[in-house]
Design a protein around this ligand. Structure first.
Ligand code: HEM
Length: 460
């Protein structure tokens, strides 16, 4: 939207936040504004306008691929500074988007998850070994930190056969620290006060971005020239698979952008999703109990079950828990759509071709279609019958259309298996009576969430 447009959007309230700025929690601020102003409003910051939408009917229109497409807005433009034309941040018409999408799609089809299953299991066991040590020592575990260790190692190994060895480090891998700072820079850059000097922040960002690129070059170098270069993981496909249409492979610069993209997109959001799910389980004994019954039905009192690929598909209730956590805190909380042609959104909001609307997913997920107590954590919202009774576009944690999340099945398989294994093995103690604080670094996480653990006994 250009600055003048908002005043001409009939009936759409304008919330000017220039006095305070968006602060450290822009998503939660936008949620609050939507509570005050209703499910469509314009947020104005220093004369720049953004149209936020949470209304399910309007989101259904925005999901119509004939009228709207993904918009690479200011937030993603900032991420482009370090991920360039990787899949997540590519423009719709950038040739490398379609090319990489076509080459990599087969690696994410549901059937391919069977290939990743053993690696996911191996890394889940690393987490369990680490949590066993913490449990024995009576030490609390930092849930989001350990989930991040686990998801980074998983995407590193499953995608690129590269081992970040995160559980052998007392601090997060430096890649994670640089990446989080890059994401923070992207988020905070949106809130810059005109006229202020940000050169120090920009210089620090460039150092971090250079470090990410260097790690990725190491990941690629570890593979090229070896007889493993044709392995059928993501990197193998990127290095060797030819596009069906023209027979060419991805170029080196694009491969680097894709690897950065997958390392980031492949772990940050999944780690947050598992952390929120554990948070809700720790606070909801009835739901925890049902997950327990589900996993006990599968694995009984085996000390170290060997979950199979097919068993993960049978963990229906565990999956419902994950979906419900993603409803309340979809960890990639905003996606942006642009009009293909001049159009009227909802028959009343005029948008010109190229103009954007931001879908504020956490608020879409709290609209009246979710019943009269949307804040309540209730996995029963995701039984097959309940899902069928709801409009399809009411739940959008993975975005929409052809630019929706390519890694959805990957994330769901990894997260469902880990949650099930943890609930099977431990009793979770909310020892600190944790009060939820959601930290934002473009993605969302429950900040400082810790648990203590005791092994479950068969007598339980
Ligand atoms: C795209 C969410 C896990 C890779 C997206 C989008 C969302 C999303 C909302 C669309 C963004 C937009 O429209 O601008 C999530 C969530 C995850 C998750 C909530 C976990 C719970 C993953 C994983 C991977 C991945 C595990 C890789 C292994 C990608 C990529 C795209 C994407 C490459 C860009 C696709 C394209 O535009 O072609 N994700 N994601 N994501 N995601 Fe995920």
């Amino acid at each position: 939207l250009d600055p003048q447009t908002a005043d001409t959007l009939p009936g759409v309230p304008v919330a000017d936040i220039s006095a305070t700025g968006p602060g450290d929690t822009p998503v939660q601020q936008a949620m609050q504004l939507m509570r005050e102003h209703g499910p469509v409003f314009v947020r104005r910051l220093y004369g720049r306008d953004a149209l936020f939408v949470g209304d399910p009917d309007l989101v259904a229109e925005l999901a119509d691929e004939r009228r709207f497409a993904k918009h690479v807005g200011p937030g993603l433009e900032n991420v482009r500074e370090f991920a360039a034309d990787g899949l997540f941040t590519a423009y719709n018409d950038e040739p490398n988007w379609a090319k990489a999408h076509d080459i990599l799609m087969p690696a994410f089809a549901l059937g391919s998850m069977r290939t990743y299953h053993p690696v996911m299991l191996k890394v889940a066991r690393r987490l369990i070994d680490s949590w066993d040590r913490d449990a024995r020592a009576g030490r609390p575990v930092n849930v989001p930190d350990d989930m991040t260790r686990m998801t980074l190692d998983t995407i590193g190994l499953a995608g690129f056969d590269y081992d970040f060895g995160s559980f052998e480090r007392p601090e997060p891998h430096p890649f994670v620290e640089s990446m989080v700072r890059c994401l923070e820079w992207s988020m905070k850059r949106l809130a810059r006060v005109p006229g202020r000097d940000y050169s120090a922040a920009d210089a620090a960002f460039r150092d971090d971005a250079a470090y990410l690129a260097q790690v990725v070059d190491d990941v690629i170098a570890a593979r090229t020239g070896t007889d493993q270069s044709a392995a059928e993981d993501l990197l193998g496909l990127m290095l060797t698979a030819a596009h069906p249409a023209d027979g060419t492979t991805l170029d080196t610069a694009n491969i680097r952008n894709q690897v950065i993209t997958f390392l980031i997109a492949g772990h940050e959001t999944t780690s947050g999703a598992m952390s929120f799910a554990l948070y809700y389980l720790a606070k909801h004994p009835t739901a925890l109990d049902r997950v327990r019954r589900e996993v006990d039905d599968l694995w009984g009192d085996q000390a170290d079950p060997e979950p199979t690929y097919d068993e993960i598909g049978r963990l229906t209730y565990t999956r419902q828990v994950l979906n419900e956590a993603l409803r309340l805190w979809p960890t990639a909380a905003v996606f942006s759509r642009e009009a293909r042609e001049d159009t009227l959104l909802g028959g009343r909001i005029p948008l010109r071709a190229g103009q954007a609307a931001l879908v504020l997913t956490p608020m879409l997920h709290r609209q009246p279609v979710w019943g009269d107590n949307p804040e309540l954590f209730d996995p029963a919202r995701f039984t097959a019958e309940a899902e069928q009774a709801r409009p399809v576009h009411a739940f959008k944690p993975f975005g929409t259309g052809e630019r929706a999340c390519i890694g959805r099945q990957f994330a769901l398989h990894e997260a469902t298996m880990l949650l099930a294994m943890l609930v099977h093995r431990y009793r979770l103690h909310d020892h600190a009576d944790y009060r939820l604080t959601v930290k934002e670094t473009l993605t969302l996480k429950p900040e400082g969430f810790t648990l203590t653990l005791t092994p479950r006994t068969t007598a339980e």
